[in-house]
Design a protein around this ligand. Sequence first.
Ligand code: GTP
Ligand code: MG
Length: 238
Amino acid sequence: MILDRQSRINTGELKARLKAVNFDDGRFPAEEITEFVDLMQVYEGAMYEISTKLEILDSEFQVRFAHDPIHHMERRLKSVNSILGKLERKGLPLKVNSIRDNLFDVAGVRVICNYRDDVYSVSNYLSAQSDISVLRVKDYIKNPKQNGYRSLHVIYAVPVFLSSGAHYTPVEVQFRTIAMDYWASLEHALRYKTDLPDSRLSEHSQTLLDCARSLQNIETQMQNIHRDINGAPQVGEA
Ligand code: GTP
Ligand code: MG
């Protein structure tokens, strides 16, 4: 199952949004609007290419091993406002070239797996595919963030074939388990909850850190049961 976090790109609407940004404060050069819209269409293509590859891997696992490694996927393109906001935060010029050269998360796919083993097997099989390349890996499962966040982030470069030929386009893929996703959703909600007093926010952050550790333990125990049922070695065994 794939959840689209927004509808397909509508060129007219995107142009209207860019124009609105432009009229408001003249931040984005009007002459680059068409190029921006074209670029977003390429990012959309790259996002579909990656999610199709993942669906094919998932169905192969179902057929061969009667196991679904992927619970579900979510995908989204960064909104115009987030793209421009990120360029501004990084002190980069608001131009199409700066998006192309500096932003690697315009196209994003989140892959939610049942178990940690699935996270690594799906990501390894995808990374080994000969038509795509791995640009960057951040493994927050092996090295969780201080707040307790865990996920495996991989940026892929994917060829998107247009009438003009192949355009290698980055897609950020976040692989995580259901438990990691459950945790990250609440932590994300807390991050944007600015109207709580600081003392409550830090109390909740501490509780979330404890929850992250508990979830990690539960996950290991459940992973071990799953491995035992399937005759695989236990976590921690050679
Ligand atoms: P930015 O994209 O500018 O954040 O930098 P980056 O690409 O180097 O960041 P990173 O790969 O560490 O994280 C990118 C994405 O992962 C974020 O946009 C979030 O979706 C997710 N993420 C990273 N850290 C956290 C976290 O602490 N909590 C939650 N809920 N999500 C996180
Ligand atoms: Mg990012």
